[in-house]
Design a protein around this ligand. Structure first.
Ligand SMILES: Nc1nc2c(ncn2[C@@H]2O[C@H](COP(=O)(O)OP(=O)(O)O)[C@@H](O)[C@H]2O)c(=O)[nH]1
Ligand SMILES: [Mg+2]
Length: 405
């Protein structure tokens, strides 16, 4: 999962979006010009903000473009909004009109925190009454800014003020991903991590969920015992009483579940990973619905990284095959990569299967599934679907049964 937080910079053409991004990042990354609509593609600038970590500033040039067809503009706005953790909305000339109000309402609707910036205040200063009203109406920070200040100290303090608002808004917003082992490992606990080194294992290294699991067990003061399936039985024979939990690769679940006595909690890396991200409670509700699918039901598969061919295989081939086999029903499929438009109204689907989401942020994941969750369409994800179809789900979620709504 990408750890960076995304900040979208919105405002009418020539309001100073690119200039503000340059000021914030201290570099000339965005093209600044007097000709409206100069930047047509969203420009992304990565930077570090102390207290937040890596952020990506997204220049949303073009989404106020009256030349573009209305529907295109809306789609583009929707795509940007789906990606961001925070919005900065620029207005000038004390004019908070239809365009600004619509955006502010969208942010509120999508639960995206935002900051209002009155830019070009060197030309027309912000009317404090207007700013105050906006601050109350939208319960957000409003600040006066100018990208044209020449005095370095003044510029620095304005940027510091804006940065402070960003830090405040981001730390109050949706919490970041929680740990895979949150609430599961305490000081001194021994956790067995079963990691088969088979033909599917990459050459010379462990895969990321395994590496993260080891690191997190250590961070939590636990003891990580990493072994291959064939070592498990022998190890358990002498150390059983000390083991707090066993985590295994799903592929080895069958074998491992026979070796691990019922009194020791057993789960899978992919389940822990799903638990660490948005929507786990919804997945817990949605996954068992797989067995209620009927002939002709339509399944939506959301593949968040359109370029990752191994995930692609899971979404396009493995999951449909397994679901078909498990249910024995004639199902229909729509596979949607990236942030592409979903072809049918969300209510047309009986189940939404989201990929693991390792390439997107927590908020992007939550935003992607929000329409389904809001409409009461059942949702699950790749790892939990695999577990269900392999018949290992019940035992694998047992350690989290209290988290089921
Ligand atoms: N005087 C003044 N000019 C500004 C300010 N911010 C931006 N500009 C100028 O306004 C024009 C448009 O700015 P730009 O950042 O390209 O706007 P964008 O279309 O929203 O990205 C450029 O000529 C900038 O130099 C400001 O605070 N004060
Ligand atoms: Mg621009």
């Amino acid at each position: 999962m990408s750890k960076a937080r995304f900040i979208g910079v919105f405002g009418k053409r020539n309001s100073g979006k690119s200039s503000l991004i340059n000021r914030l990042s201290g570099q000339d990354v965005a093209i600044v010009s007097d000709t409206p609509g100069t930047t047509t593609d969203p420009v992304k600038k990565r930077m570090e903000i102390f207290g937040v970590g890596p952020v990506v500033l997204v220049d949303t040039a073009g989404i106020d473009d009256e030349g573009a067809l209305g529907t295109q503009r809306v789609a583009k706005t929707r795509q940007v909004i789906a990606q961001i953790d925070l919005a900065i909305l620029i207005y000038t000339n004390n004019d908070f009109g239809k365009y600004e109000r619509e955006l502010a309402n969208r942010f509120a609707e999508e639960e995206i925190p935002f900051i209002l910036v009155h830019n070009q205040s060197d030309i027309i200063p912000a009317d404090t009454a207007v700013a105050g009203e906006l601050a109350v109406k939208y319960a957000c920070d409003v600040m006066e800014f100018s990208c044209a200040i020449i005095d370095e100290d003044e510029q620095k303090s304005a940027v510091e003020q804006l940065t402070a608002f960003i830090v405040k808004a981001l730390s109050a917003s949706l919490p970041g991903q929680r740990g895979m082992f949150e609430g599961l490992v305490q000081d001194g606990d021994e956790i067995i991590l079963v990691t088969p080194i088979d033909s599917e294992a990459p050459e010379g290294r462990l895969i990321l969920p395994q590496v993260n699991a080891i690191r997190e067990v250590l961070d939590r003061g636990g003891v990580a015992i990493v072994l291959q399936p064939d070592r498990l039985q022998t190890y358990l024979k002498t150390n059983k009483s000390k083991i707090k939990m066993v985590v295994t690769d799903s592929q080895a679940f069958d074998f491992v579940s026979k070796a691990v006595p019922d009194e020791i909690p057993l789960t899978g890396f992919s389940i822990l990973l799903a638990r660490s991200k948005a929507n786990f409670a919804n997945y817990l509700k949605g996954t068992p619905q797989i067995d209620k699918l009927k002939d002709g039901d339509r399944i939506l598969i959301l593949e968040s990284c359109s370029h990752h061919s191994s995930c692609d295989d899971i979404g396009r081939i493995k999951i449909p095959k397994l679901l078909q086999k498990r249910t024995g029903k004639a199902l229909m499929w729509d596979v949607v990569p990236g942030l592409d438009e979903i072809p049918l109204p969300i209510e047309s689907y009986s189940l939404v299967v989201q990929c693991g989401g390792c390439m997107i942020t927590q908020r992007q994941l939550a935003a992607r599934l929000r329409p389904a969750v809001k409409s009461g369409v059942h949702v699950t994800n790749y790892g939990m679907t695999l577990a269900w179809c392999m018949g290992i789900y019940e035992r694998a979620i047992l350690p989290f049964k209290d988290e089921i709504l």
